[in-house]
Design a protein around this ligand. Structure first.
Ligand code: 13P
Length: 247
C-alpha cells in the first residue's frame, strides 16, 4: 500500500500570525484522518515553531546541497533537521523558472538528501508549450532521468514525486483526469522499469489548482497518491476538506 499524502505548499504567503492561526485551526479540525499523511511546506523562518507544535510533519520549500559553507542566504539539510523539519521540495517549477535551478543542481540536492537520510518531494511537469507540442511525456522522462533514475533503490523510501503541470499551477485550470492518468501511469512505469518492485511503492502526487471541487475525481485516479496543494492550502479548513476527498 502506498502512502496517501496531502502536502501544503504555502510558497511565499502568510504572515507569522497567519501561520499560528492556521496551525490552531488545523489542530482542531483534522481529527480522525489517520490514513492521510499531512505535510506542510512553509517559509523557512516559521519551520522551527511549526515543527515544535508536532501537529503535522513540516518541511522546507528549498535547500542547498552543501552541508555548510559560504552560501549567503541559503539553508542546509543539517540546519533544517536541527529545527525539526523532516523533508524538502526539490525541482518545483517556480525554483526552476525564477531561480534558474538546473537539472544538474537538482540532482545535487537529491543526492544530498539521500546521503543525509532526508525525505524529499521531487517535482516535475511540463509547460503549456511542451504539452501542446505533444512532447510532455518525453520532457518529464528527461526531468526524471536527470535527477532521479540514477538513484540506488535503497533510497526510494525518501522519495515522493509530484507531477505539477506548469500551466495548471495557480491558474485555476486543472489538468483533466485523462491527462493526469496518462502522466502518472507513465511515471509509475518509468519507476518500475528502473527500480522494479520498489518503484511501485513510491507515492506520486498531483499538483496544480486542486480544490475541494475537483480533488475527489483527481484522488480517485489509479496512480494518484495525493496532492501538493498551493492556493487551497492557505486556509486550514479548506486544506483539511481536501483530505476528505480521498476515497
Ligand atoms: P496551486 O494549487 O495554487 O495551483 O499550486 C500548486 C503548486 O505549485 C503546489 O506546489
Amino acid at each position: 500500500m502506498r502512502k496517501k499524502i496531502l502536502a501544503a505548499n504555502w510558497k511565499m504567503n502568510l504572515s507569522y500570525a497567519d501561520a499560528q492561526a492556521w496551525l490552531t485551526e488545523f489542530k482542531s479540525g483534522n481529527g480522525g484522518m489517520h490514513e492521510v499523511e499531512f505535510r506542510l511546506y512553509a517559509p523557512t523562518l516559521y519551520l522551527h515553531d511549526l515543527a515544535k507544535s508536532e501537529v503535522l510533519s513540516v518541511g522546507a520549500q528549498n535547500v542547498h546541497p552543501s552541508v555548510s559553507g559560504a552560501f549567503t542566504g541559503e539553508v542546509s539539510i543539517p540546519q533544517l533537521t536541527s529545527v525539526g523539519a523532516s523533508s524538502v521540495l526539490i525541482g518545483h517549477s517556480e525554483r526552476r523558472l525564477y531561480f534558474h535551478e538546473t537539472n544538474a543542481f537538482l540532482k545535487d540536492k537529491v543526492n544530498a538528501c539521500c546521503q543525509q537520510d532526508f525525505s524529499f518531494i521531487f517535482c516535475c511537469g511540463e509547460s503549456l508549450e511542451t504539452r501542446q507540442s505533444g512532447e510532455h511525456l518525453d520532457f518529464i522522462k528527461g526531468q526524471l532521468e536527470a535527477a532521479i533514475l540514477h538513484l540506488d533503490k535503497a533510497y526510494l523510501p525518501l522519495l515522493t514525486i509530484a507531477y505539477e503541470p506548469i500551466w495548471a499551477i495557480g491558474t485555476g485550470q486543472t489538468a483533466d483526469t485523462t491527462q493526469i492518468n496518462e502522466v502518472h501511469a507513465y511515471i509509475r512505469q518509468l519507476l518500475e522499469k528502473q527500480f522494479g518492485e520498489e518503484g511501485s511503492h513510491v507515492s506520486i502526487l498531483y499538483g496544480g489548482s486542486v480544490t475541494a471541487l475537483n480533488a475527489q475525481s483527481i484522488f480517485a485516479c489509479q496512480d494518484v497518491d495525493g496532492g501538493l496543494i498551493g492556493g487551497a492550502s492557505l486556509n486550514a479548513h479548506t486544506f483539511i476538506e481536501l483530505a476528505h476527498c480521498f476515497k
